[in-house]
Design a protein around this ligand. Sequence first.
Ligand code: 13P
Length: 284
Amino acid sequence: MPLENIKAMLERASNSGYAVGAFNILDYNSTKAVIRAAEDLSAPVIIQTSAKTVIFWGCPAIISWVKELAGTSKVPIALHLDHCKDLQLIADCINAGWSSVMIDASSKPFEENLAASKRVVEMARPKDVTVEAELGAIVGVEDDIHVKEQDAHLADLEQAIKFCAEVRPDCFAPAIGTAHGVYKGVPKIAYDLLEEVAGKTAIPIALHGGTGLADEVFKRCISLGCAKVNISTQLKYAFIDGFVAYHNAHDTEYNPLKVIDAQFNELKMGIVENINLFGSAGKA
Ligand code: 13P
């Protein structure tokens, strides 16, 4: 199937009380693992690329893997650019064929974030590309965006309402207490804020910092309006651990294709668990 944007995908999820998994891929093998997991479970899925991954491989390579794998697939697949503050890179991805992009101007003062986010909507909408925008500061490291604990702050409700009314993003990422990377303690999620933002903006919410959240946290956030769940760190670990574990167990073998296959299986196993947890299995 051709790539879909995330608008209808997330609206269907919001209306039916499940979330679509957005998995940050690293290369062809991880892209294939995400798509095969979604196919096995008949689930819609979002292939997500960090700005760093796009710069590392270049747009043409990534778009060719995704289009090749999605072209023969029967499940809805979107290709989404994760946290990006560079408008030129966003334009490059839109022109290359990404079906969805995220503008992250959340480190800027409110009015500047608003203006940059509006600008991206103007760039994307005529091409039928969807836009996710962020408000507040999500703690942790995602790509080249580093937010220290003392600088993290939740989205402000009144600002969130104004932001969504003016920008009209297709997906909204308010900081609600989750964190990118590995959790050091139990995260304190602002469920009330999430519920109010989702209710008052009526825009599907993206749950960032998915790796390491407890099953009940995912379920409660999804029931309160999160229609997209981002998973990145988990794939980074599976990518390396799957590779290393196979090599350690067969340290004289030196058969790269077997190692790649082991890595694929490790990645896919975690993605399958996530899709089942988010309730999107069988929703393709
Ligand atoms: P994790 O790395 O914690 O899974 O977060 C992913 C994310 O939110 C990407 O934007």
